[in-house]
Design a protein around this ligand. Sequence first.
Ligand code: PMP
Length: 284
Amino acid sequence: RIAYVNGRYLLHGDAAVHVEDRGFQFADGVYEVVTIVDGKPADADGHLTRLSRSLKELSIPWPVKPATLRFIMGEMVRRNRARHALLYIQITRGAAPRDFKFPKNPAPTLVLTCRRTAFQPASTLENGVAVITMPDIRWLRRDIKSTSLLPQVLGKQKAAEAGAFEGWMVDDNGFVTEGCSSNAWIVTGDGILVTRQPSNEILNGITRLSILDCARDLGIRFEERAFSVAEAYTAREAFISSASTFALPVTRIDGKTIGDGRPGPLCLRLRQAYMDHIGSTDPV
Ligand code: PMP
């Protein structure tokens, strides 16, 4: 396995960053996860666009030109002989003597790793996954894909301990914001697809945006609005979306069965449409 650190391709085990990297000290950095399916990066344009936005919001300069990053991504796929893999891209404000303020001459750190992935087993797609709900205890710039992920670390751990695949975080008004590492969707009794509107309160998922495009193309009615936990319990279907899971059916929320307890037809249609959109067949 090969990793990339600031201009060098290294054996994964030899790759390292400075002990005073601000990513390490302050989580002062941003990231993207791009899924490689059949050797091709899925939705690369969308992920690079969002990376650019995250950097701008935090005034972190690009460590290399976007076109160079695209080249490095291709090199990582090639050097790792990646067919089905997750490409992780992280940019931090760089190494500097520990001080909260930005360093005078920032030299951002760029790291890429590539991990071959087993996608969810087919049984996951056949049965759907369970989620549990939990209070959303994060900061108010969730639109920035920052490496500051402690609430999600705690949330995912809690979900795992409850035997659930994902945690759905809930705002003070009882409305679902999003999953710990995914966007949250339901289909109402009237067959309307619902997912929360983009704002500072959620990460605008690249997979989310592509699935909305698919819904538009298929003529599926959708609404971008918040939905409550109570509405989710009585939904016809529920699912999550992310770069690594695509559209993945949710069949239980807090132990309650959703719909007929089987993966929903609309979710599976959108999953197929998403695969067509990225020009691949479903690896699961
Ligand atoms: N929300 C959160 C909090 C996430 O961490 C992720 C995945 N990184 C998503 C949504 C889904 O985004 P994407 O479709 O771009 O992977």
